[in-house]
Design a protein around this ligand. Sequence first.
Ligand SMILES: Nc1ncnc2c1ncn2[C@@H]1O[C@H](COP(=O)(O)OP(=O)(O)O)[C@@H](O)[C@H]1O
Ligand SMILES: [Mg+2]
Length: 346
Amino acid sequence: MADLSDRASLDVPPSWSLALRRILEAPGVVLVVGGTDSGKTTFCKLLARTGAEAGLRVSFVDADIGQSTVGPPGCIGWATVSKQGALTEKALWFIGTYSPAGHLPEVITGTRTLVARALRSKAELVVVDSTGLVRGWTGYQLKTAKAQILRPRHLAIFAGQKELGPLPLVLSTLRSVRIHRLRVPAGVRKRDPAERRAYRETRFREFFSECSELTFAFPDLFLWGRSWYRPGTPLTEAQRVELERRLQITLAHAERKESMTFVVRAARELERYAESVPAISRRGVRLLPVETWKGRLCAVEREPGDALAVGKLLSVDFKTRTVRLLGRRLARGRGRILKIGAEVPV
Ligand SMILES: Nc1ncnc2c1ncn2[C@@H]1O[C@H](COP(=O)(O)OP(=O)(O)O)[C@@H](O)[C@H]1O
Ligand SMILES: [Mg+2]
C-alpha cells in the first residue's frame, strides 16, 4: 500500500505552516476544500504525516474518487496512518464513478460514514481529502452539505481561486468550524486529462495486483450505472414465462422499471432476434446482452455503498445465481446488493 513519504521537493508556503501548526494544536476532523490541482492532496498527506510523526492517531479519509490515494478510483477510502507515514486501508465505500456529479448524496453519505468509523476507532486526527468539484451549483451543494454534515473542527480552503465562487464565504458562516486559508503553492503542477487518466490506470493496476477471483451467491438486488436511481423489480417466474412467450425468446433475467421491462440475455442470441428488437423497443422493452457488464467496476454491498468486496465484474450467471469478480474481499458478511459502475480502464 502507498505511503505519504514522497515529499522531497515540497514548497511549503507560510499559510500551510500556520495551518499545520494550528490544526495540530487542536486536532480533530479536518476537511480540505479547493479547486482541481490546488495542492489539496499534497496538503492532506503533509498534514497526516506531520500529525502521525507528532504521535497522534491519524486516519486519512479519501473522498477523491477520481484521483484516489486510498483504494481504487470509484471508491471513497479510509486508511490509518502509521508513524512512518504508511497507509493501512480499513474500508472502501463504493460509488462506482470517477466524478461525484450525479452521485452527491452517496459521496456525502460515504464520507460521513467513514469519518464516523475513523472516530469510533479512536482516531485523533482525521484528514479528509476531496475532489476538486467546487464549481457552480453542484460544487456549492456538495461542499456545503459535506461541511455541514461532517462539522469538522478545521476546514482548510484554498483561497484566491475563481472557480470557488461563493464557497469561501458560505463555508465561513459555519459555526464552530475553524477556517484556514491556504495559498496555492508556486510548485503546483496542472495535470491534463490524459495525465489524470494515466494516474487512475496506475491506481487500478496496483489494486488489481492484490485481487483474486471471488464468487458470490447472487445478492437480492442488482443495480447498475445511472439507473441506480430507478432500481427495477425482478419479474415473477410466471411473468417472465409470459414475456418469453410473447417475445418468442428465452430470457436470462427480466425486470420492470418505472415504465419499461428490462431484459437481459446472451449477446449471441440477441443477433438472431436483431430484426425484432426495434419493434420490441417501441413497446417499452429493452434487450441487453448480459456481457454488457463484463469488465466493469462493481461491488458486492451489505447496504448501499458499504462494500464487502470491490473489483471488476467477470460474469453474472442468472441460472446458477452466482456473480464472479476479480476483486478484493474487504469484510465478512452477506452481500445483499450487486452494484455495477463505470468501465475499468485496465
Ligand atoms: N507544495 C507543493 N510543492 C511542490 N509540488 C506540489 C505542491 N503541492 C502540489 N504539488 C504538485 O502539484 C500537483 C497537484 O497537486 P495535488 O496535491 O495533487 O492537487 P489536488 O489534490 O488539489 O488536485 C502534483 O503533481 C503535486 O505533486
Ligand atoms: Mg487530489
